[in-house]
Design a protein around this ligand. Structure first.
Ligand code: MN
Length: 240
């Protein structure tokens, strides 16, 4: 039995190839898995569970077929889809989980996080994150008309692209001190995250002992999946 981890699919009707690959992934590789974890940014945007846009609903239906077949699916919020709520859970059969999350994996405790909270050098982004993750802000946003929320999300994505284009790339990477702090606080030697779109297995030292940080890749050009079973793990690129 294997446990699968993906993140940063950024599924969107305007880039259907990633969604087609993900749907095929759900129908093949994910069948018979012990569990599937999606560590944030499944969708490029999500402005509320009342937005029944057909493309995203098709993805929810594909997840529902997987979960109805007995494969549990756990979904963490990303910085794009942090408004996923109970309506998404009901339509997909997936369970939303908190960030960060500790799980037991074949005898080892592993820490899962989306990864945006690790990018502490990006002060402008962290200020924005603190605002939009507040329940009061989210209640006010979700009370706006759907058409306005869609327009605001489009504007926010354009702003994010501008921010990414003029911010140094090391500022947008996971900060080594933030990585050590969260791993030490949780008492783990393995951290799995996405968000930075830099798939890799990093070896590090924590309190004089080996530790590792596994970074999942985005699905823009090809798929990326961490496959874990009793014998160990492998971080795989899934050709399109
Ligand atoms: Mn992200």
């Amino acid at each position: 039995m294997t446990t699968l981890f993906v993140s940063d699919l950024h599924l969107d009707a305007l880039e259907p190839a990633a969604g087609a690959q993900f749907t095929a992934f759900l129908e093949r590789q994910a069948q018979g898995a012990e569990a599937l974890y999606i560590l944030g940014d499944l969708f490029e945007s999500w402005v509320g569970d009342d937005d029944l846009e057909p493309y995203r609903e098709g993805i929810c239906a594909a997840l529902a077929r997987l979960t109805a077949g007995g494969v549990p699916c756990y979904v963490m919020h990303g910085n794009r889809d942090f408004l996923l709520g109970g309506g998404f859970e009901a339509r997909s059969g997936a369970c939303l989980v908190r960030d960060p999350l500790l799980i037991e994996l074949y005898g080892e405790t592993v820490l899962l996080t989306h990864g945006d909270a690790l990018c502490i050098a990006d002060h402008a982004y962290q200020r924005l994150r603190a605002i939009v993750r507040e329940p009061a802000w989210q209640r006010r946003f979700l009370a706006l008309p759907l058409s306005l929320r869609r327009a605001l999300a489009t504007r926010a994505r354009a702003g994010s692209r501008r921010h990414v284009s003029y911010t140094a790339s090391d500022i947008m990477d996971a900060d080594p001190r933030a990585v050590r702090d969260v791993m030490a606080a949780c008492g783990v030697r393995t951290l799995v995250h996405g968000h930075t779109h830099r798939p890799a297995v990093h070896q590090l030292e924590l309190d004089g002992r080996p530790a590792r940080r596994i970074v999942l890749g985005a699905w823009h050009q090809a798929g990326s999946c961490l496959v874990w079973n009793r014998d160990g793990f492998s971080l795989q690129e899934l050709p399109r």
